[in-house]
Design a protein around this ligand. Sequence first.
Ligand code: ADP
Ligand code: 5GP
Length: 205
Amino acid sequence: MVATGKLFILSAPSGAGKTTILKKVMAKIGGLVFSVSHTTRSPRSAEENGVDYHFVSTDEFEDMRAQDLFLEWAEVHGNFYGTSRLAVLNQLTMGQDVILDIDVQGAGIIRKNDSIAAVSIFVAPPSIAELERRLRGRGTDSSETINLRLQNAVKEMESASGYDYLVINDELEQAAATLQAVIIAERSRGHRLPTGEPIMLVTDR
Ligand code: ADP
Ligand code: 5GP
């Protein structure tokens, strides 16, 4: 049997806490590879090139786009973001589960791609007021950027019903536990252990 990993898509309005939740879950369960996107956005102070994103110029991004190297790409909040086709397909072929942190446009593109099966999860904040508090509290974006992200959040929330699962990030530990439960349940559906490895039936007892 060819081992094929599962593809998970995680989307959320900016500031909902998707990155925070995902880091918690990845620290708890193994076998999940985070797909590092390419972006033309400038790095935030704590972000590392090649870890959080591949930070590239607009020219580099356009070159990659012209060569059809992206599985999906989109313009989000005024910057370009894209998922490397080769990196994701290689990991899946090796039997690794891969998680994409992409926006609602990117999720829509993957959903329309019949050759790729993905499980999609939408992380929502408990309210827009709390989303604004989190964006301001994070302290990484200018007031102008925050306002743009809040405006876009209202539209992004309208896409939530198209996802397989909804996780409300009110209490952080609870939200992380819910995402973890979704991933483990999906692995069980695919006859995999909670760690993502294929189940090997012991036949020689
Ligand atoms: P995203 O990746 O969705 O843009 P982040 O993970 O960067 O969001 O979180 C935005 C901010 O909200 C961060 O400062 C983070 O510490 C905070 N945060 C995340 N989840 C919660 C929560 N459940 N309650 C309160 N603050 C949270
Ligand atoms: P941020 O700038 O806050 O890191 O991300 C902004 C938005 O871009 C988030 O919604 C995030 O999920 C999305 N994003 C990150 N990488 C990609 C990608 O490769 N493709 C798409 N379509 N969206 C992405």
